[in-house]
Structure formats: structure tokens, C-alpha cells
Design a protein around this ligand. Structure first.
Ligand SMILES: *Cc1c(COP(=O)(O)O)cnc(C)c1O
Length: 386
């Protein structure tokens, strides 16, 4: 058993990030500045996208993408019940109405058939989530978007490395939104990025992210001398700081190395759990490069003798930190009251949400950590089935 509690999603931070942050602190330029610009440039080169704007979270990235798409009151945006709450909350913040289309039971990504069934004359956008690092069926989703003239905003919080048919996710739609939150594949503490297909959208997001002040207002205190600015929109305080970008620059340099490590852990789990009575992540398919963000298993009491919540408790007792991604959106009280959503109306998401458990998958895990996770899972399941 693990001696110390293994914290779920603890990131791998190395000396380069630490030195770069110290350098930033000593430079005196802590806020949005040259390191944010460098991070944007390197990120868009990595993603092979035209434009990138760094912000302080993926939540901010999605919110601003919805606004830049011109979506607001009276409009509907279709997304999945199998996601983090902020995907839905940002739609609400924009004044638009969220509409849920159920996910596929195997891939756990939004089901294009279900999207089609939810389209109304008010539908303005589709907001797919590339779940766990898998890719949504972007051929089908872009087909629907083109047919009905809908914007596509991709939630890529799990999917920095993901490609679909050789193309980076986030670059299919009008906007791709990324998270650099502490548990994600690339971390900056808090942080996010929008990649945009059109320059006018990227420009708009840049302005909206810094109080709605005219372009390049972040330079107003630079050595180029003080610059007056105009407020052209009542914007938001969503800009990324150089302190955050300092971490991101080095995390991005190590993106493939960390991906390889997580791939290795993923394969060890697959092998170790092959004979257990749990559902493992969907088989990988050749047209998708998986980002290996979440290794999720389904624990079904009728098969294992232990409930999901019992399993969570038992893992904690074994000193292993676990996660739940996610209980389906309609299980939350606010959405039930505001939209009259019922979990049973989205049966696949409900089914998954009541059984899913995420096991540790950080690049920081040692071989011992991974073995401790495997032994804990096996011990708990053999105890409950015997
Ligand atoms: C983490 C996450 C977000 C929010 O990201 P933040 O950077 O924390 O705002 C949005 N969507 C999904 C699917 C996420 O996992």
C-alpha cells in the first residue's frame, strides 16, 4: 500500500518552469507581456492553428468564444451532459440557452445523432467536448454544422495532444478552447487558450479578455511609453499573466515526453485490469491520437459487488486519490430547477456518471505509484466479489 496519499492529478513540474517563474518575478513584468506572447506563438505552432489567445482559464476561453460567435439571448447551444459544469455555465453566462444531446455510451463523447435530434430554428452552435482525451466524431459534427450553418466551439480541456484524422482538435470548428488547470495535461496553475480560425474572432477575444480595451492595451506601461486606450466593449478580466505563461512554455516543450509517460501508464492499466469485471476506457482507434488525459473505469455494483461510491471510499482508504468525471449535468440541482432537466432523459450520460471513476494518470507517477494503484484496484475488487 502507498505510504503517502497519492494526490489525484498532481502535475509534473520541473526545474525549467521554476527558473522561468523566478526569472519572471525578477523581471518586474508579472502581468500579460512577452512570455504570454511567446506561449501563444508556440502553442499555435504546436496545434497548427492560425490564431491563439491566452486567457486565465478554459472557462474564460469558452465564454469569450461564445460571445465572439455573436451568440446571446434567444439562441441555443447544444452540448453534452458528460462534461464539467463550466461548459454549460458559460452558455448561460452569455445569455443563451444550453441544450443537451446525450453522449455515446462507449466513447463518452457527444453523439452526432443526438445533436441532430436537438436542432431547432434557434440553434446557433454546437459545443462538443473531446472527452478524456478522445476525439469526438468531427466528420459528423462538422457535417451537421455545415448543413445547419452552426458555429462549432470545441471544448478541448482534455485534449491538448488529440488529433482526429491527422488534424489537431480545436482546429475543426471556429474555436478550440484549452485548459491549463493543475490537473490537466499541460498546466500553468490556472490558465487557458483559445485557438481561432478567423482573425476577427481572435482580435475580438483579445479585446474582450482585457476589459474591452482597444488592441494591445496590455502594453500601456511598457518602455514604448504610455499609450491611451479606448474602452470599446464592457469586457472581462480574463487575461493570462506572464507568471502563468512562464510555466506553460516549458510544459509545452515537454508535451510529448509527458504524453509518452501517460501512454505507458494507460497501457499498464489496460493490461492489469483486462480480466476484471469493470468497463475499461474505449478501445483506441487508428484515426485518433488520444491525449490520455483521464483513465476512467466503470464500476457497476451488479457486476463487482461494490458500488462506485463504495469503491471511491475504499481507494481513499488505500491512500489513492481518485476523481469522478463526471456525474451527468442533469443530476445537479440548479439545472434541474432552471431547465427542468432530468437525468433519465440522457440515459447514457446518467449511466456513466453513476459508475465512472478516474484513476491517477499524471506523468509524475512513478512505477511504484502505478503498481500501488493497480494493487489497490485488484484488492478492492477481489474483496468485494469473493
Ligand atoms: C477543466 C475543464 C474545463 C474548465 O477548465 P478551467 O481551465 O478550469 O476553466 C472545462 N471543460 C472541461 C471538459 C474541463 O475538464
Amino acid at each position: 500500500m502507498s505510504k503517502d496519499f497519492l494526490i489525484f492529478g498532481s502535475p509534473l513540474i520541473e526545474e525549467e518552469e521554476i527558473e522561468e517563474v523566478v526569472d519572471t518575478l525578477r523581471s518586474g513584468w508579472l502581468g500579460t507581456g512577452p512570455k504570454v506572447q511567446q506561449f501563444e506563438n508556440e502553442f499555435k505552432a504546436y496545434k497548427n492553428s492560425q490564431y491563439a489567445v491566452a486567457v486565465n482559464s478554459c472557462t474564460a476561453a469558452i465564454h469569450l468564444s461564445i460571445l465572439a460567435a455573436g451568440i446571446g439571448p434567444g439562441d441555443e447551444v447544444i452540448t453534452t451532459p458528460m462534461t464539467f459544469c463550466s461548459t454549460v455555465n458559460t452558455i448561460i453566462h452569455s445569455g443563451a440557452t444550453p441544450v443537451l444531446a446525450d453522449c455515446d455510451k462507449t466513447t463518452q463523447c457527444i453523439d452526432p445523432q443526438s445533436i441532430r435530434s436537438k436542432i431547432t430554428p434557434r440553434t446557433k452552435a454546437i459545443l462538443p467536448v473531446h472527452f478524456a482525451g478522445n476525439a469526438c466524431d468531427m466528420s459528423a459534427i462538422m457535417g451537421i454544422a455545415n448543413e445547419f450553418q452552426l458555429k462549432v466551439i470545441e471544448d478541448c480541456a482534455h485534449a491538448v495532444e488529440t488529433t482526429y484524422k491527422g488534424q489537431h482538435v480545436g482546429t475543426f470548428g471556429d474555436f478550440g478552447c484549452f485548459s491549463f488547470y493543475v490537473t490537466k495535461n499541460l498546466v500553468t496553475g490556472e490558465g487557458g487558450m483559445v485557438v481561432a480560425k478567423h482573425k476577427k474572432d481572435a482580435d475580438r477575444i483579445k479585446v474582450l479578455a482585457l476589459h474591452g480595451m482597444s488592441a494591445d492595451a496590455w502594453k500601456r506601461f511598457s518602455d514604448e511609453g504610455y499609450k491611451h486606450y479606448q474602452v470599446i466593449y464592457p469586457g472581462y478580466k480574463y487575461n493570462m499573466m506572464d507568471i502563468q505563461a512562464a510555466i506553460g512554455i516549458h510544459q509545452l516543450k515537454r508535451i510529448d515526453k509527458n504524453w509518452q509517460k501517460r501512454k505507458h501508464i494507460w497501457e499498464k492499466y489496460n493490461e492489469a485490469f483486462a480480466d476484471l469485471n469493470i468497463t475499461l476506457p474505449a478501445d483506441r482507434v487508428p484515426e485518433i491520437k488520444h491525449a490520455y488525459h483521464l483513465y476512467t473505469i466503470l464500476v457497476d455494483k451488479t457486476k463487482t459487488g461494490i458500488s462506485r461510491d463504495g469503491f471511491l471510499k475504499a481507494m481513499t482508504a488505500e491512500n489513492i486519490g481518485i476523481g469522478v468525471h463526471y456525474r451527468s449535468i442533469p443530476t445537479h440541482r440548479y439545472y434541474q430547477e432552471a431547465f427542468n432537466w432530468k437525468p433519465e432523459d440522457y440515459p447514457n450520460s446518467f449511466y456513466i456518471g453513476e459508475r465512472t471513476v478516474s484513476l491517477p494518470l499524471s506523468a509524475k507517477l512513478t512505477d511504484d505509484d502505478v503498481n500501488n494503484v493497480i494493487n489497490a484496484v485488484k484488492k478492492i475488487l477481489s474483496r468485494s466479489t469473493s
